[in-house]
Write a protein that binds this ligand. Structure first.
Ligand code: FMN
Length: 356
């Protein structure tokens, strides 16, 4: 197959050799100290044929950890581990962006292996359970409401995490503003019940997210910072109604900054053409995601609806997804029982085409 999918594209400072991007996916395989392992380096290297890899969500600070065995980017050992990953991906000619994911209130404390506060815009618990250490759905902790001092500190933690990622040789960072985690908790009125300048109106709810993006851009350069959103996603207790009312003002506030890309999980909303809505509020490159196949992705690119596309589950089972799509070859199916467990099984043992 030829087409736009396999043509180069520029996202900020990044020159991608194709538009097939690996979507961020948490896989719960970090080592002690939340350090990325040699096995993780192998997993990402196998997938380096993507135009860009976006890593699994990575906590910028211990307080940002909510799930079992997720990696961090706040210690020297973690930076060294990520440097091994980045070097190996670069050796295969790939590019890698790190997703910075602070879980906010979506925390099962037993997943952490250390004590740290659970913080969120307001002291409102996440109504959804999340997997505990053995995978059983477990109640999350009641968070404490962040003070203005917390917000200033967490903003700097994100900026430092971005610097750490660059120190490890990671090409860019993506701020996770989707799926009900900390930044999304600020944007959404169900989790943000503040009465100060960080709550209430959509403009106020966007204030902390915009502040964090500005600090990250200041730290490593605006053309190496992207963001990910999922308007209308009810995950982790988000109120999915009227996403345009929240995301319009948020995007209007960040549009002039010159960020590298906007990565959207298009929920296929019945009342909102998400990609058209984004074009009206965002003038930079768009990466779109969710349930795409080679054909539907190519159609979106040909129609000018997005500049690039990302694939999640297809990349779990197909380390050489871009190459397979270009060859028109069949795809392996992921084993969902091994998403978050199994070490190398269901992680690095899916065959590439030339080995299959
Ligand atoms: C196992 C798994 C883990 C995921 N972890 C993350 C994550 O850490 N951060 C994120 O933004 N999205 C995460 N997602 C969502 C994916 O990035 C993607 O949006 C979703 O899988 C839909 O794309 P697809 O239809 O191509 O799979 C995850 C999805 C899966 C299947």
């Amino acid at each position: 197959m030829s087409g736009l999918l396999f043509s180069p594209v520029t996202l900020g400072a990044l020159n991608l050799r194709n538009r097939v991007i690996m979507a961020p996916m948490t896989r719960d395989r970090a080592g002690p100290g939340d350090v990325p392992t040699a096995l993780m380096a192998q997993y990402y290297t196998q997938r380096a044929g993507a135009g860009l890899i976006v890593t699994e969500g990575v906590q910028p600070t211990p307080e940002g950890k909510g799930y079992w065995r997720t990696p961090g980017i706040h210690s020297a050992e973690q930076i060294a581990g990520w440097a091994t990953v980045a070097d190996a991906v670069h050796a295969r000619g790939g590019l890698i962006a790190m997703q910075l994911m602070h879980c906010g209130r979506v925390v099962v404390p037993a997943n952490r292996g250390f004590d740290a506060d659970v913080i969120a815009p307001s002291a409102v618990a996440c109504p959804d359970k999340v997997p505990g250490p053995d995978g059983t759905p477990t109640e999350t902790a009641l968070p404490r409401a962040m003070t203005e001092a917390d917000m200033a500190r967490v903003t700097q933690e994100y900026a430092q995490a971005a610097r750490n990622a660059r120190m490890a040789g990671i090409d860019a960072v993506e701020l996770h503003c989707a799926s009900g985690y900390l930044i999304n908790q600020f944007l959404n009125p169900a989790s943000n019940q503040r009465t100060d300048q960080y709550g209430g109106s959509a403009e106020n709810r966007a204030r902390f997210p915009v502040q964090v993006l500005a600090a990250m851009a200041e730290a490593i350069g605006v053309d190496r910072v992207g963001l990910r959103i999922s308007p209308g996603n009810p995950y982790n207790g988000m109120d999915p109604s009227d996403p345009a009312a929240t995301f319009g003002p948020f995007l209007d506030a960040v549009n002039g900054m010159g960020l590298a890309f906007l990565h959207v999980v298009d929920m296929g909303l019945p009342d909102l053409d998400t990609l058209a809505f984004l074009r009206a509020h965002w003038s930079g490159p768009i990466i779109t995601n969710n349930m795409l196949k080679a054909d539907s992705a190519e159609e979106l690119l040909q129609a000018g609806r997005a500049e690039a596309v990302s694939f999640g589950r297809a990349y779990i089972a197909n380390p050489d997804l871009a190459e397979r799509m270009q060859a028109g070859a069949p795809l392996n199916k992921p084993d969902y029982a091994l998403l978050y467990t199994g070490e190398e099984r269901g992680f690095t043992d899916y065959p590439a085409l030339d080995a299959a």
